[in-house]
Design a binder for this molecule. Sequence first.
Ligand code: TXA
Ligand code: MG
Length: 304
Amino acid sequence: MIVAPTDEAIRRAAEALLRGELVGMPTETVYGLAAVATSPGAIRRIFEVKGRPSDNPLIVHLASIDDLESVAEQVPLSALQLAERFWPGPLTLVLPKRKEIPSEVTAGLSTVAVRVPAHPVARDLIRAVGKPLAAPSANRFMALSPTRAQDIDPLIANQLFCIIDGGPCSVGIESTVVQCLPEIAILRPGGVSRDEIEAIMEVAPNPTLVERRSPGQYPRHYAPATAVRLVAEVRSDEPGLVFGVPTDIQVAMPRDPVAYASRLYGALRLLDHLGLDAIYVEAPPETDSWEAVWDRLRKASTID
Ligand code: TXA
Ligand code: MG
């Protein structure tokens, strides 16, 4: 059930979360599938509902940077500087976890991924619960993340207490996941660009990955059901995403990477519903500012 983000709806959703239920939560990146982070039973349900392997850890969401020490055992100065610069916002920090965070959330890792979302409804909900909320993107494992409340797959929606409608997600792709120790490194490009991070500190080019790879790095991911083909040029009779003037089976995409990202999943979803043989995507420029879009397009077009 999709509900408007009224105070009453947020209060009822918070009560349901505290009872161990799941709630569809709007964030500025994509919609999340939220559960109380300190409730192992609720966390296990997230994995069931998503069809996600249990070795793939979740992101813990906080209402404020002031709560960081309630989930992270150690916060190096570099992490604090990133949090102060980019929170609330689409940046996730990977830090040593506190023992209060159950191993179900972190898939047994000694680190926890944490962020403060910019969407005010997400923060209101976390505040109403009074505890951090673990939330992966509200899609089935490997599928496209929803960027509107109504895009959440009915297979998931049916198992939620409610979905709070916070409108379309402004960023439109997931947060940037940053490893903080032993050095700053980007594990998943996303809503905050490498340039923005490098403007305030050094980023390791090839991360010394702690424990094992961040599981968001599966080769295929973020994919519609229809095959995606990345091409230099999309012919006028081919359905897909183009930069120039579109034909009636094409979607015109912005030439700015931030605007492109905010439309990407919606555009792929629209074409995915048409029962096509393939969705052709005109390759964007290969410059740094397109890194996150490239990551999603590569993963969407990987066949495994
Ligand atoms: O924008 C977002 O990040 C959205 C919204 C809902 O906040 N959430 C999201 O969650 O994308 P999810 O579960 O779809 O992706 C979480 C990513 C995965 O790539 C996962 O491997 C990584 O974060 N991650 C989580 N905990 C980690 C850890 N301890 N170490 C390394 N990577 C971790
Ligand atoms: Mg996801």
